[in-house]
Design a protein around this ligand. Structure first.
Ligand code: ATP
Ligand code: MG
Length: 228
């Protein structure tokens, strides 16, 4: 695998078919190359396709056309099992809503992503405890998501996304539901984890303050990504 380029999107297209016949074109012609340790922001109005683009980049969805390469590997013809394995081993996801498992505690939510990668249970708990301590949640390890604030849940979601030591982090409006101060705090954490661990990140956001701190910002349009 070519580790210099973490994500490559070639002429990516996405359409959705609602009634099985009528196709709604979301975007057509997305090109992107994400290098190691690069932090790239994606902005676009609601409904333009940011979540769709991140889902396709993270192998959670298939494009209608074009191709996705992760760590140099062409993914279009891979089996579901192989796609799942790339995701499990190399990709971290911060979803638009934190999507934590409500029946599991904070530390379990984070550790699961490491256990699923194949690390042993004890190591995964220890690693997750350290990660959560770094984001100020050492006193919330055993709380369940519904016993935590939105900002705390989002910090846990970031730890979960980082717990499998990903090469590629995909974050979908990670601060979307937070107030200004919490959004800066959560973004600072994301930034420090990304820079320290040399992860490449693609971050969709409406937050103009955060945009200023990206290495590069792209605007998603119907005809592709435009440099800003
Ligand atoms: N599973 C689906 N079936 C049909 N249409 C879909 C599906 N998922 C998304 N869409 C449509 O694709 C378009 C892009 O959706 P997407 O969620 O990617 O936008 P977004 O840029 O993330 O918006 P937001 O900023 O509100 O999160 C929307 O018009 C949406 O209705
Ligand atoms: Mg979205």
């Amino acid at each position: 695998m070519n580790n210099a380029l973490v994500l490559e999107l070639f002429d990516l297209k996405k359409s959705f078919s609602l009634d099985g016949r009528k196709q709604t074109k979301i975007f057509d012609g997305v090109q992107l190359t994400l290098k190691k340790s690069e932090l790239v922001g994606i902005i676009a109005p609601s409904g333009t396709g940011k979540t769709s683009l991140l889902n396709i980049s993270g192998l959670l969805d298939q494009p209608t056309g074009g191709s996705v390469r992760v760590l140099g590997q062409e993914t279009g013809k891979l089996t579901t099992e192989r796609r799942n394995s790339i995701r499990r081993n190399h990709i971290g996801f911060v979803f638009q809503s934190s999507n934590l498992l409500n029946e599991f505690s904070a530390i379990e939510n984070v550790a699961l992503s490491r256990i699923i990668k194949g690390f042993n249970f004890k190591d995964s708990l220890k690693y997750s405890r350290n990660l959560l301590s770094r984001v100020g949640l050492e006193n919330r390890l055993h709380h369940k998501p519904l016993e935590l604030s939105g900002g705390e849940q989002q910090r846990i979601a970031i730890c979960r996304a980082m717990a499998n030591d990903p090469k590629l982090l995909l974050a979908d409006e990670p601060t979307g539901n937070l107030d200004y101060e919490n959004s800066i705090l959560v973004f600072d954490l994301l930034l420090s984890l990304v820079k320290q661990k040399k992860v490449s990140a693609l971050v969709a956001t409406h937050n103009l303050e955060l945009i200023k701190r990206m290495d590069r910002v792209l605007k998603l349009t119907k005809t592709g990504l435009v440099n800003l």
